[in-house]
Design a protein around this ligand. Structure first.
Ligand SMILES: [Zn+2]
Length: 147
């Protein structure tokens, strides 16, 4: 991926996630990776970063490569996914803290302004990242927490 101009936040959107241990996170990511590589025939997991319920940040697809996370809008777009289904549960405090830290880091590193930090539903017809995460991202952007 030659250059980054925006960042998009997602939820996983399958069954709710309550586990916080590394082993379960690894197993779950393996499922996501299998869905993305086998069923959708992508080269790897479609997201660049995944944040588990304990707030761990796991590298997915290298930022050197275009992601596969927003239909028609993947070029120059970093995908950050939080494990869980935030239509049905709320993100953990640890996840929200990690999201804030990660977004600030990525925005600084790639010089992405806050106006170019999106959620999936802002770019296409989907409920992603869920009704319980959408307002949290909106308030991160508007509160100055990403400045
Ligand atoms: Zn999404």
């Amino acid at each position: 991926m030659s250059g980054v101009s925006r960042i998009t936040v997602h939820h996983e959107g399958h069954t709710p996630v309550w586990f916080t241990d590394v082993r379960s996170t690894r197993a779950r990511l393996e499922q996501v990776r299998n869905i993305h590589t086998r069923d959708r025939r992508w080269g790897d997991i479609g997201y660049h970063y995944v944040i588990d319920r304990a707030g761990r940040v796991i590298q997915g697809r290298s930022v050197a490569y275009q992601g596969a996370h927003v239909s028609q809008q993947n070029p120059h777009n970093i995908g950050v996914m939080l494990l869980g289904n935030f239509e049905q549960q709320s993100p953990s405090q640890a996840q929200l803290r990690s999201l804030q830290v990660s977004l600030r880091h990525l925005m600084g590193r790639y010089r992405v302004p806050v106006s170019r930090v999106y959620t999936h539903r802002e770019l296409g017809p989907t409920v992603c990242p869920g009704r319980n995460l959408q307002p949290r991202v909106a308030s991160l952007r508007s509160s100055g927490a990403l400045a």
